[in-house]
Design a binder for this molecule. Sequence first.
Ligand code: M6R
Length: 614
Amino acid sequence: MCGIVAYLGNKQALPLILSGLRKLEYRGYDSAGVALMFDNEIVVRKTAGKVSDLEALLGSNGYDKDANIGFGHTRWATHGEPNDTNAHPVFDDNNEIVVIHNGIIENYKVLKTRLEREGYQFRTDTDTECLVHLIRSHYKNVMDFETAVRLALAEVDGTYGMCVLSKFEPDKIIAARRGSPLVLGVGEDEYIIASDATAIIPHTRQVLYLLDGEMVIVTRNKFEIKTIHDEKIERELEVITFDLEEIEKGGYEHFMLKEINEQPDSITNTMRGRIIKDNGLVKLGGLINVTEKLKYAPRIIISACGTAWHAGLVGEYMIEQMCKIPVEVEYASEFRYRNPVLYPNDIMFVISQSGETADTLAALKEAKSRGADVYGIVNVVGSTIARETHAGVYTHAGPEIGVASTKAFTSQLTGLALISLMIAQYRNSLPHDEIKKITDELLRIPDKIKQILALNDQILEIARIFKFCQHMLYLGRGYNFPVALEGALKLKEISYIHAEGYPAAEMKHGPIALIDQNMPVIFIAPKDSTYEKIISNIREVKARKGVVITITDFDSDGPSEEYSDYIIKIPHTLEMLSPILTTIPLQMFAYHLAVLRGCNVDQPRNLAKSVTVE
Ligand code: M6R
C-alpha cells in the first residue's frame, strides 16, 4: 500500500530515492518523506502530498550533496490522517533511529500502552511509531542494532515491509518483510531495496525477493539474508527480464491510456506459445502438473478482489459452460472470514494483477490450510501470490502502473478462456472443432481490439456530453453482466461519478425507480443469446425517458439503434469472448470522462494500486 525505496552505495542517495519513489507512487500518494544519513546525523524531510510536494519541500537545500545512504517512503494512510506529522519516515524520541513501513501493526495499541509506560512519547498517530520505539527500547538493553530490530519484530503482530536506519551503526540498512513485498537489488558496490522491482531496474537487474519472515542486513559491499529468528538464508539472485520502457509512459499522457492502447499486445502476450498452431488446442505449462486434479475437480472456487473479481465472474460463465464444473466466485475479503466449506479435491483459483493483494493472499492461505489446491492467475512474476500458489498461469500483460486496472483485466479474461479450454480438453466436455473455433477467434481478438481503439474520437465526443452527469447505470446480461460491474467500477474510481453495474433484467426489481432524463444508462448488448431480452430492457429505459448509450456489435443493427441515443459499434466475436471486447470502450469512456473532469486518472484519490492491507 505504501512505496519504499532505500539506497546504500557510493552515489548520492537522494536523487535515486526520489526517482524510485516516483515509480512507486502508484502504491500510495498521500504523503512522502525521506531520511538521509549525514555524518552520523539522520535528516528527515517529509510532507503531506505527493513526491512532487516532497521535492518542492527539499528545494535546493543541498540535501543531495553528501548522503549516500538513506531511504524514502510514499504513503497510503492506514493509521492516522495523511498529514506532515504522520508521513514516514518516523523517528524515535531522540532522532537516532528511523523507520519506514508498509503494512499494519495490529497490536500497536498494546505496544503503545507499554511503551508509553516505559516513557516513550508518541508524536504521530501512526501504528509505525510503536515499531521505532520498540527497536529503541530493545537497543537500550542489547546495544546491537540488528538484534534490537529482530527482537522488536518478534513482538509485532500484523504486516510489514520495513526499513530502518540507526545513527549507532550508520553504514547499515536493515529491512524486513512479513506480508508486504520487498525486493533487494544488488548493483556494483550498491544496494537498493524497494517495494517492487520497478524502482530497481534503472540501476540493476539482479534482485532477490525477500520472503515472509526474512530480513536483509545491508552494509558497505555486503548483504546478508536471515530469518527474523537469526537463521542464515542462502538464495541465488534472480534477473529481471522486463524493460524500463515497459514501465514508462512512452509518449502517452497517462499510464492508463497507454495501458488501454497496449491491449492488442498484452493479450497476444497472454496467448503466446499457449495455443498449439497445428490443432488449435491449448497448453498451459504452469498447470501441466495438476492435469489430473483439474480433470476431476468436483468444484472450482475463484477468489479475487475488485477488477480481478469481475474477471473471476466471467471465468465462472466460461468454466461452467465449457467444462461443466460448478464454479463459485468469492470476494477474497469475505471468503476468509466466513468459515467456508471446502470439499476434498475442490480447487481454488486466485486472480491478481499485483500478486500482493492482502485479501486475496489471505483467502489463498485459508483455502490451503483447509487442504485445497490453489492455483494462481497472476500478472507480476515472482509476486507473493505467485509463489504461494501450488501452480498457476502468468498473464504476462506487462507492468500495469495506472491504478485503474485495464490491460490486466483483459489478460485475466484471456487467461481464463485458455484455462477453461484446457480443462475442457482434459474432460472432453467440448468437441475438438469447437475448441479450435474458439482458439482461432481468440487469435483474432487483438486485431478486433485495434478496431475498437480506433473509435477513440467517437467515444471522446460521447464522454463530453456526459461530463457533468452525477450518476450512471451500467447494464449487461450473461457474459456481459460482469462487464457492467467492471465498467461502473472504472468510472467511479477515476471520475468520482457514482455508477452502478447490474444484470439488465434485475433493473425492473429496483433500479428502474432511478430512471429519468438525468440517468444515463449504458447497455452492453452484443448480438448474443441474450440480445433480444436486453433490447426489451433498453425499451423499458427509453419508455421512462432514460438516456441510453449502447455498446453493441457490427452485426446488430435494428432495435439497438432505434432505441439508443448513442451507439458504439464494435466488432463481433464469440459470446464467451465478448467481455474482452466490450470492456474496451468502457475503459476509454471512463478515461475520457475523468480527464475531461480534471481528475488524476493514474492516481485517483484514496486509492492505491496494490492493496497490501486487509
Ligand atoms: O492486484 P490485484 O489484481 O489483486 O488488485 C485487486 C484490486 O485491488 C484491483 O483490481 C482494483 O479493484 C483496481 N483498482 C480496479 O481498477
